[in-house]
Structure formats: C-alpha cells, structure tokens
Design a protein around this ligand. Structure first.
Ligand SMILES: [Fe+2]
Ligand SMILES: [Fe+2]
Length: 311
C-alpha cells in the first residue's frame, strides 16, 4: 500500500505518474469509477477536474453515478448532455434509487445507452441487458453492471444475487476469453450486500464500487483473483451537509418537533471522490487500484494505492 498527498493541483499531477503502474508490454487499461455526483456543485467539480485527470493519468474510461445530478434528485437531458461531452469526460452514467425522480430519464434512455439503469429494476423492459462499451485504446469492451441493494430501500427490486447467478458464467467467459472487462456499481445502503456481491463476482469483475450512502469508506482492496473493491466510494459534492443537503434544510428533521424544511443541495466543502482501476489488458483483472480524493477548500489531493497480493 502506498499513499500520495499533495497540497496543490500542479504538485499532484506532477507526482501522479510515479503512483501509477509503469507501462508494460501486456498493456494497462485505466478505468475511473465515481459515486453519486450531487447537483450543481458536484457537476462543477467533476467538470473542473475530470478532463485534466483523464488526460494526465491516461484514463481510458470514466463512469459516474448520476442519480443525484439534478438538484439532488434524478437526471435531466440537459445535464446528461453536459457531462457526456468528450470535453467533460464522463463516458457512462450509472443510476440508483432516484433514477426516475425526473420523467426525462425515459427519453434519455431511448436516445442513448450511456445511461445505465440498475439491471434489477422491476417491470422495465430490457433493463436487465448489460451494456457493453468500446474502451478507447483497448481491444476489450467494458461491461457495466449497476445493481440496487434490497436493504432499507423504499421501492422493491429484483434480487441482485439471482440476477448475477444468471449472468456470471457469460461474463466469466468474456473476461477469460479476452473480450471484456467488467465493472459494477452496487447502489445499496448495507455494506454487507455490497461486499457479498463483490465476493460473488471475485475473479470476474475487475472492480466494484458501492454507492448510495454518500459517505466514503476506507477499505479499498484487491482480492487474490484481481477484483478491486471499495464498499462505498463516497459522493462527489458538498461535505458541509447531511449527505449533500444543507444543514438548514436537514437538521430540523432530526429534532422534536420534527420539521420538514425544503431540501437544497449544499454548496460548501466540495470533494471529488473516485476509485481508479489499473486493469491488465491480458487478464481483464486489476493489478492496482487507487482511492482518490480531492478537497477543494484545502486544495488537498490524496491517492491511496493498493496492489494485488500477487504483485
Ligand atoms: Fe445518491
Ligand atoms: Fe441512492
């Protein structure tokens, strides 16, 4: 394990190459997975950091979870377009329990496959199909899985384990046959569900992040078989908040008499959080993974790196 801490953007980008794996003959595919991006402040920090990060770290593909992009609730066509331009750098947007807070989600789904809905949503035609994307610079494709956990969710979803039992053998063949790389966003409240899914997909998925709690965990790891996972990557958005929403709107909900004040996205103390995978082109599994955090107010950049136990 190694740790990089820098106090400015320039220093971070200068030091970054030394934290990454050297280019090897077998080839490295870099995939950045990000969690819930919260409203306008979240979008702002993604747009200001991601293009340069992608360029400097030679990231081939980037995903974000977009269930909170529009004022904390759902996604709009305009926001989808804004983030998925090549200048902004988001290649795919995964979703979660707020997937249908804005009705435009259905139009987005019709017009593009770059928004991935949880494959265990109930009663939505074709949602269970796993989309496969070209990865620039790689001969492998990227299969993106997005799943809802079942614990403490308001709506009902199909069993994510039942879904994975069906698709796992097909994915396994694609990975070992040199055809694909698999990444997973598990949108769930319970750490246990996220970890159980990671272990079930051990040696098949290159990487898995948990999303939904808006709170980063510090358990980044790579299994012996090359699956990197992080129980929750944390939100990209304002941390002077209760899971992204202002203190003025949130705190009165917790004290007697309980008051439901309007919820607004906070604008204070912005962080960007991500999990960067370095995947072997030859095996489709992960050799090194980095938990990245950037805190805007203090201009602090941290990168915590783990390697496979075999390296
Ligand atoms: Fe969220
Ligand atoms: Fe959520």
């Amino acid at each position: 394990m190694s740790f990089l801490h820098c106090k400015s953007k320039d220093a971070f980008f200068e030091a970054l190459p030394s934290a990454l794996l050297p280019e090897s003959s077998e080839g490295i595919v870099r995939i950045l997975l990000m969690g819930d991006v919260i409203g306008r402040p979240g979008r702002k920090i993604v747009k200001s950091v991601l293009p340069q990060l992608k360029h400097r770290a030679k990231i081939n593909f980037a995903t974000v979870n977009g269930e909170n992009l529009a004022g904390g609730f759902g996604i709009t066509q305009k926001i989808f377009n804004e983030l998925t331009t090549s200048a902004a750098g988001v290649d795919v947007i995964t979703m979660g329990n707020h997937w249908c807070d804005k009705p435009e989600v259905h139009a987005i789904r019709k017009s593009s496959n770059r928004m991935v809905l949880p494959q265990n949503l109930k009663n939505l035609e074709g949602v269970e199909l796993i989309p496969e994307f070209e990865i620039p610079g790689s001969r492998r494709s990227l299969c993106v899985i997005n799943l809802m956990g079942l614990f403490a969710m308001k709506h009902e979803y199909n069993d994510p384990f039942e879904f994975l039992e069906k698709v796992r053998p097909v994915l396994q063949a694609k990975v070992s046959g040199g055809q694909s790389i698999v990444v997973i966003d598990v949108h769930a409240e319970a750490s246990s569900e996220k970890q159980a899914i990671a272990w079930f997909m051990d040696g098949v998925a290159a990487g898995l992040i948990g999303t939904h709690t808006h709170t980063p965990t510090s358990d980044e790891r790579i299994t012996r078989k090359g699956t990197a996972f992080l129980t929750d990557v944390g939100m990209t958005g304002p941390y002077e908040s209760v899971i992204g929403m202002t203190l003025a709107g949130s705190m009165p909900r917790y004290f007697t008499p309980k008051q439901k004040k309007p919820q607004e996205v906070s604008e204070k103390d912005l962080w960007l959080c991500g999990f960067l995978l370095e995947v072997s082109e030859s095996t489709g599994l992960t050799l090194a993974a980095h938990r990245l955090q950037y805190r805007e107010d203090s201009e602090e950049w941290t990168l915590r790196t783990v390697n496979t136990p075999n390296l």
